[in-house]
Every structure is written in structure tokens, then in C-alpha cells.
Write a protein that binds this ligand. Structure first.
Ligand code: GLN
Length: 312
């Protein structure tokens, strides 16, 4: 089959998204997110052959929030390897991203690394042997390196807002610490987690950052392995099962491609061997996933035929 005309497809999708009335609700728990205009929509695609395609507000920075959990997991696996799985599970939670309920039955072991509790354990792993500032610096350097872009920043106002309102995350961290699954002072671990959530990126930067997950762990610019092929494959599996919290089944049903969402309205999508995609629209559905981002990716999957459930 002929290669799809990606630029034409995403231009059309961006146009269709501009006309959508139901955009969902912008996260409003901190001012840095609440003031973002729900009208924005952007999409970027980085393909396996090194091409980039963008449409809409693809060059506008936004708060990547929980999309950062994918990068943090990659760093933590690089540090401690598969021993990480003694402290974090690999099962979808079926609960909200910030839920505490399953932690009691599971003795402080979070269901997976992409819900808040799991990401807080991952932050604790990254913090080992570091001051919090160094751990935050390591995460920022890593993301800049995989994206090949030193312009990527952390929004300190967003990080501060997270800290001021993060009572639920503090509860999760303290609760896990009571089971011995957090090893550092809770304020330090949360400091790392909140700064990682406050990474600010454009769709173009985020699509470029995801390329190693489309390329079996290899960095396309250097040829070096960011992680092993097996780990890249497993991270993609986790994104498929857990990347949209209690909306993961719905996302897999509609889009059929592994993705990770964040409450800033971003979604990173990995079509293994083919493309790394970022989409952004700040309005969220009731599960905290981008309303138009999900719709746009559903249409992109139809238009391109991309899916991990149909191989051609
Ligand atoms: N900063 C948010 C939180 O910790 C991230 C959650 C998300 O993007 N789903 O609540």
C-alpha cells in the first residue's frame, strides 16, 4: 500500500478539531494549567525515516504532566533494572490516576508506574544517591537529550503550584512510606515528582522525545541505545495497558496504539517501527485525558491504518 500523505491527513484533522464544540474541561487545580486556552490543538509526527510533520499549535509549549512518567520510568529502569518491579506492579489499575484505594490491599506497591503512586516510587528511585536538584537536573538532561533539544524547560510556577496543592500526592507518598516503599524524605521525593510533571514541551519536542520508543530503544540521532529493545517493548506494553488510567481500555479500543496522557492535555503515542506522535489539546474528559487529543488520534489511526492489532 502507498505511504499515507501524513501532512494532508494532519492538516485535515487539525481543521476538524478547530470546529469541535465539545472540548472537555481544562485542568484547574493550579493557575498554571487553569489559564490555558481550551481552543488550542497541536499535533506532530516524527517518522522512522527521520521526517517531521506538524499541524496546528505544534510549536506551542505546554505542561506535559504525566507524559513525563514514561521518561522517568526509562531513567529508573536504567538505574536499577528489573529490580524496579519489586516496588511497582505492571497491571492496569482501573482507578483514577491519583487513587489511593488499591495501595492498602497491595501493601504499598502501586499497580503500575503510570499512576501517581507508581510515578512517586519511580521518582524515589531516581532520587537515590542524589540531592533533589541533581535528580531534577538528571530528568531534564535526559529529556533534552532524547529530544535533541536543549531548549526544553521546567516551568517553576507549575512545579510550585503542584507542591501547594499536592495533598493527595503527599498522602500517597506517606502511605507508601509507611510500607517501606519510599526510601527518601517525602518532601524530597515529591519535589522531584512535581518538577518532572512541570516539564514544558511543544508537540514537536515531545514527538522527537518519543522516538527511542518507536526504534526499539535506539536514539535516532546518535545510534546509541537509550534502553534495550526489550525494555522499549515493555514500556510500550505498559503504555497500552496503563497509559490512560481508567480510560486505558477505551483508548486501546478507539486508537489501538500505546499512548501516555497528561492532565496538561498532551498525549504521546508510539507506533512501533513507524512513528512517534504528540498531540495536545488542553480540554480533558472525565478520566483526565485530552478530549480532542483522543479524538484526533482515533481519526489519525483510521486515516493511516496504523494499529498494533493489525499488521500489514
Ligand atoms: N501533576 C499531576 C498530579 O500529580 C499529574 C497527573 C496527570 O497528569 N494525570 O496530580
Amino acid at each position: 500500500t502507498a505511504a499515507p500523505d501524513l501532512q494532508a491527513i494532519i492538516d485535515r484533522i487539525a481543521e476538524e478539531m478547530a470546529g469541535q464544540a465539545d472540548r472537555g474541561k481544562v485542568a484547574d487545580y493550579i493557575p498554571g494549567l487553569a489559564r490555558v486556552d481550551p481552543k488550542h490543538f497541536g499535533i506532530s509526527i516524527a517518522t522512522h525515516d527521520g521526517k517531521m510533520y506538524s499541524a496546528g499549535d505544534a510549536a506551542m509549549p505546554f505542561s506535559i504532566q504525566s507524559v513525563s512518567k514514561v521518561f522517568a520510568l526509562t531513567i529508573a529502569l536504567g538505574k536499577v533494572g528489573d529490580s524496579l518491579w519489586q516496588r511497582v506492579g505492571r497491571e492496569p489499575s482501573g482507578n483514577a490516576f491519583n487513587s489511593i484505594v488499591q495501595l492498602e490491599a497491595e501493601h504499598g506497591i502501586p499497580r503500575n508506574p503510570f499512576i501517581n503512586a507508581g510515578a512517586i516510587v519511580v521518582a524515589d528511585v531516581i532520587l537515590a544517591g542524589h540531592q533533589p536538584k541533581e535528580a531534577i537536573g538528571e530528568i531534564l538532561r535526559f529529556v533534552r537529550q532524547i529530544a535533541g533539544d536543549d531548549g526544553i524547560m521546567i516551568d517553576d510556577e507549575v512545579a510550585k503550584g503542584e507542591a501547594e496543592t499536592g495533598f493527595r500526592n503527599a498522602a500517597l507518598a506517606n502511605y507508601m512510606r509507611s510500607f517501606g516503599n519510599i526510601h527518601h524524605p517525602v518532601e524530597q521525593v515529591l519535589g522531584v515528582y512535581f518538577h518532572q510533571c512541570a516539564l514544558t514541551m511543544t508537540c514537536e519536542q515531545l514527538a522527537r522525545a518519543g522516538r527511542y520508543l518507536m526504534l526499539e530503544g535506539q536514539h535516532p540521532d546518535t545510534g546509541f541505545n537509550v534502553i534495550s529493545p526489550m525494555r522499549a517493548r515493555r514500556i510500550n506494553a505498559l503504555m497500552m495497558l496503563c497509559g490512560h488510567y481508567d480510560g486505558s481500555g477505551e483508548f486501546a479500543f478507539r486508537v489501538g496504539i500505546p499512548g501516555k496522557s497528561g492532565v496538561g492535555g498532551g498525549i504521546m503515542l508510539i507506533v512501533p517501527g513507524i512513528a512517534s506522535i504528540a498531540v495536545w489539546s488542553p480540554g480533558l474528559n472525565d478520566r483526565g485525558n485530552s478530549t480532542l487529543g483522543s479524538l484526533a488520534l482515533e481519526r489519525l489511526a483510521v486515516a493511516t491504518g496504523w494499529s498494533v492489532f493489525n499488521q500489514r
